[in-house]
Design a protein around this ligand. Structure first.
Ligand SMILES: NC(=O)c1ccc[n+]([C@@H]2O[C@H](COP(=O)([O-])OP(=O)(O)OC[C@H]3O[C@@H](n4cnc5c(N)ncnc54)[C@H](OP(=O)(O)O)[C@@H]3O)[C@@H](O)[C@H]2O)c1
Length: 193
């Protein structure tokens, strides 16, 4: 039986891909709400190994991995391209092709994109390109797989370690917990306290 959000949410099966700042925000809020969750992170397997490693069917999957590099276009290396596109786009492409195995009928998928106006600035070519590819992919996936609900979030600033990789500071970042609460509200999860 599929447990829709709004029914007994504590029985929901949740998978969070990634264990960084955004993921920890969700983890904290789920713990407060007595919702248990699984985390897929590097110690469990590479992103490309998800089809072999994930054995459960979930009600909600949160794709919260990502990477950023701050470089002029001429300095981007092949390694940079792989290290940015893999978590920001390719990992989700792999997850999407296995959704029928790992997401229940009418399940929900939350995906961390980024605000395109904000990121198409100098030195973020790979980050912007990878998030743009992700956005296009999700648009198509939504049309093909109508039994699922896809939520591509495009936040501006969340206070997480990713900012240590760029030489600018966020101006007015949200806490990861507030971001998680807002997201859960958007997808119809009722917070009990
Ligand atoms: N923070 C913001 O202001 C903000 C704004 C817009 C969008 N976002 C998006 O939110 C998502 C989560 O970012 P965050 O803010 O939580 O950053 P974060 O704290 O740096 O977390 C990123 C996570 O991605 C994982 N990761 C990176 N490359 C990976 C790879 N090749 N394979 C497996 N895992 C990999 C990291 O694992 P390791 O720690 O092991 O490297 C870490 O768990 C990203 O997609 C980011 O673009 C964030």
């Amino acid at each position: 039986m599929v447990i829709a959000l709004g029914d007994d949410q504590t029985q929901m099966k949740v998978l969070i891909v990634g264990n960084g700042g955004v993921s920890k925000g969700f983890q904290k809020v789920f713990a407060e709400q007595s919702v248990s969750f699984d985390i897929y992170h590097r110690s469990i397997g590479d992103l490309y190994e998800m089809p072999q490693k994930i054995k459960t069917q979930y009600d909600l999957i949160i794709y919260a991995v990502g990477n950023i590099v701050w470089k002029p276009v001429r300095n981007n290396t092949a390694q940079d391209i792989e290290e940015i596109f893999k978590p920001n786009a390719f990992g989700f492409f792999v997850l999407a092709q296995m959704l029928p195995q790992v997401l229940k009928h009418k399940g929900k998928v939350v995906i961390l994109g980024a605000n395109m106006q904000r990121i198409t600035s100098p030195f973020l070519s790979l980050y912007a390109a990878s998030k743009s590819a992700l956005k296009a992919f999700v648009e198509v996936a939504k049309r093909e797989m109508r039994r699922y609900s896809f939520y591509l979030l495009e936040p501006e600033e969340i206070d997480t370690p990713i900012w240590k990789k760029v030489p600018v500071d966020p101006q007015n970042p949200k806490s990861p917990e507030d971001f998680a609460r807002e997201t859960l509200d958007i997808i119809g999860f009722t917070l009990t306290h």
